[in-house]
Design a protein around this ligand. Structure first.
Ligand SMILES: [Zn+2]
Ligand SMILES: [Zn+2]
Length: 455
């Protein structure tokens, strides 16, 4: 399968193929969830130097992603000069050697039986769907007992990782995490866009319960922080060591297909996360027919539905979080992941006052700029861009489109600064900044690495 994200955001036209080895796949059961614990898909990520040289990929942009196209790819690892691609590592430092491959054939896969099985895996078919009550209970527990809600947009370079935290004990005690929204780090050649040292979201103190992860969508830059050390390729493909703190200790609420069977398609590398979570009993799949859920504390999770003109891709068919920052005035902070705002707000069952906003899709241009929510209070409302300056994000058009909706205060996670011994660009969006001066954080003796440097 083509890694939609790597193709979509790359200006330099890198195309990454995410695949499962044919023999490994033929040994698998009928669905991803029908497999014995010993079965692990042998997966490979291959970045092609010049995709258009393969006729099957020549007009790949014309294919709507999400339509079930699979390719059969033949390649070998090589040290010779005729290499035309490289193994794409999950985590590559600048000095990670590019392991070269020679791709000899790329053809569209026409065998309907194999294609259907691949689609069953990609759509998480056979996976147990959570009930609406289970989803609500998860969100109720995570959102309970927050004295001063704050939404933190961690500086994870070209990726996304947000958290709902309690800043009620600030200063004097660092914020406690109640819920993660996305758990991303950059992958492949984008990996060095992380700050140095890399920020570990799990180093924040947790609330009483291990904070669950709500996954916006299955693109790797939104979940790859669950991968521990590595990356390496072995004889049987990518070697992935999961960070057990991320996988074993907490639930993940993930999107899958929506109404009509359209929506999320997981690449084979993402199957491995779903499988690892499932084997720990921690995979919660969003119920197919549920539009949204509101927690007892007033936080919303909304299922995205693309409006006419927007692609039914992973970005626009996932989940969004709207965290309630102030009960009294009903002010929210909206976390869209990579979804257009128009894909989110149609399923919100009541209009929301968006006090703070995380910019959609790392600041990429929007198809529906008119759907940007208006800043509730331009004098204080803050827009945060989570990006790694790799693709010219945020785009000039996205900046000006947001400005015209009142988002005059804009922070970028890539805009790094040193504050009390920590250098990164983490942004904190909270209601209490109305009352407390910004100087509180710089003077705080109990600052930790995950505390915001911009508020
Ligand atoms: Zn995405
Ligand atoms: Zn993304």
């Amino acid at each position: 399968m083509i890694d939609e994200n790597a193709w979509d955001t790359g200006d330099e036209r890198t195309l990454v193929l995410d695949g499962v080895e044919a023999g490994s796949f033929s040994r698998a059961g009928r669905t991803l969830f029908a497999n014995e614990a010993l079965w692990e898909p042998e997966t490979w990520l291959i970045a092609l130097d010049s995709p258009v040289t393969f006729p099957a990929l020549a007009n790949v942009t014309a294919h709507a992603f999400g339509e079930g196209v699979w390719y059969r790819v033949t390649f070998q690892r090589t040290a010779l000069a005729d290499a035309n691609g490289a193994l794409y590592p999950l985590q590559a430092s600048p000095d990670t050697p590019r392991e070269r491959v020679k791709v000899t054939q790329v053809e569209e896969l026409n065998d309907i039986r194999i294609r259907n099985k691949l689609e069953r895996f990609a759509r998480l078919q056979g996976g147990p769907r959570a009930t609406k009550a289970e989803v609500k209970a998860l969100l109720d527990a995570a959102g309970a007992d927050i004295a001063e809600p704050m939404l933190v947009v961690y500086d994870v370079g070209q990726g996304n990782c947000n958290a709902l935290v309690d800043a009620g004990a600030c200063p004097g005690s660092p914020p406690k995490v109640h819920l993660f929204f996305d758990f991303g780090v950059p992958t492949g050649w984008n990996y060095p866009t992380l700050p140095t040292p890399a920020l570990d979201p799990l180093s924040s103190p947790p609330a009483t319960l291990p904070p669950p992860v709500v996954l916006s969508h299955w693109d790797m830059d939104h979940w790859a922080a669950a991968v521990g050390g590595g990356p390496h390729y072995g004889r049987t493909g990518a070697v992935i060591h999961w960070d057990s703190r991320a996988i074993a200790d907490r639930k993940w609420l993930v999107p899958s297909r929506g109404r009509g069977g359209l929506g999320q398609r997981l690449t084979p590398t993402a199957w491995r996360l779903a499988l690892a979570l499932h084997r720990h009993g921690n995979l919660m799949i969003w119920p197919t027919l549920m539009n949204s859920v509101r927690s007892a504390a007033g936080h919303w999770i909304i299922k995205c539905v693309p409006q006419p003109g927007v692609k039914w891709d992973n970005n626009n068919t996932g989940l969004a979080l709207s965290a309630l920052l102030c009960t009294r005035y009903g002010d929210h902070a909206l976390c869209p992941g990579d979804a257009e705002y128009s894909s989110i707000l149609t399923n919100a069952s009541q209009p929301m006052e968006i006090f703070h906003l995380v910019a959609s899709h790392h600041g990429a241009n929007l198809t529906h700029a008119h759907a940007i929510p208006d800043a509730y209070y331009s004098g204080m409302s803050t827009l945060a861009f989570s990006h790694g300056a790799q693709y010219g994000h945020p785009k000039a058009g996205a900046i000006s489109d947001h400005l015209s909706h009142g988002w005059n205060i804009q922070h970028e996670t890539h805009n790094r600064r040193a504050l009390a011994g920590f250098t990164h660009g983490t942004v904190g969006l909270s209601y209490w900044q109305r009352k407390v001066t910004h100087k509180m954080c710089s003077g705080c003796a109990s600052r930790i690495a995950t505390c915001p440097v911009w508020v």
